[in-house]
Design a protein. Sequence first.
Length: 461
Amino acid sequence: MSKYAFQQCINPKCAEKFDISETHHACPMCGELLDVRYDWNRRSIPKKLADFEKYWGERHVLQRMSGVWRFHDLMPFVPLEQCVTVGEGQTILQNAQGVAPFVGVQESKLFLQYEGLNPSGSFKDNGMAGAFTHGKLVGAKQAACASTGNTSASLAMYCAVTKLMNAVIFIGSGKIAYGKLSQALDYGARTVQIEGDFDDAMARVQEVSKQLGIYLVNSVNPFRLEGQKSIMFRVLEQLRWEPPDWIVVPGGNLGNSSAFGKAFIELHQLGLIKRVPRIAIINAAGANTLYRLFEKEGLRWNGGNYDRTLVQKFYADMSAEGRRASTIASAIEINRPVNLSKCLRALDFTKGVVREVSEQEMLDAKAQVGAGGFGCEPASAASVAGAKKLVAEGVIGRDERVVCVLTGHQLKDPDATVAYHGMDADLYEKYLKKRGVTSTPFANRPVTVPNNIGKIIEVLR
């Protein structure tokens, strides 16, 4: 039993507490999500965020090399030496002067937090470090997830490197990018493909994990979200501890936005920040549950007493109408986000907003990010496309400091890139045209020339 940490139901009418040695996918009493909470009165925490700089000189300690566990003082659910790491969190915050004119903000004001630099190529490694640390604590031997790709790649990699657990992955039929699936297969994960989409896979993996006692690492796992808080700690670190005006993040299962909100709530409560950034969550138009519920139906956190009946009716109508998520942004192709309630809390605390962007808007933004030197997967580009939309609406000011989170590496979904830039006409028809992408204004098309030195030189002059 930890002296400092416990799990607690986020439903204020329940608020039941559980020891961190227990494993739950949800509150056993009411079914709501759980938080990892801390008794800060019994912990020694830094007096200011700049105090974390002292750990830069301790990089000979494996955990201090981690961009997650460097901030262990803000997520101390086990002692530092017990934390699992494979070198995650070595990411950068890049001032994106080349992309700023496209978004519409001043050149010095746009920043891209590039999580594609993680070992498995996505932000999921931050969370997996937290989940594996807890899985090690409870003695788990198998770990499972439902995935559109990035979670499976990260889980499989952590299993292969640490040898702590064996990986079991649930995917839907044809609902995973090959760049991501190839990682899971290479790392030796046992992969189960079911008939259905991510939401179906998510439902089945929760049932299987509960019945067979398999450790679940999807973002319903509160310890995974603890690791993902560190993304915001690193953003603050690279901005010299000064919060930006906006954090813009893609919205799929809503784990990142939930984790970011929790990070800011805790930092504010501890007096480590005085000003809280606003969070903007960007859905793909083909998977826009949060946008519809929050911006169209008026769903709000309401102190934890959000309208659960409204959510249930929305999902029932979705099922009755046979609506399925459909977007080229496979990482956020999710209709029933499991972290909806925590996300509502984050939006409430940060005075956040939600928008949706089209396939065209995402891929144009993706091309601009790539031209700036930081290629990203389509879902990542939702943040940049969303920021552009919010600037056009006047919600984000041109002089405000904006951080867009790029969640995954460009090579996670190379087909979309090749299709957009006109390298393969069949790919364009298959991936883009049928999804309403009617133009590629920022395409970098290859030039076809005869196998003749004179003609080649003529083209290059």
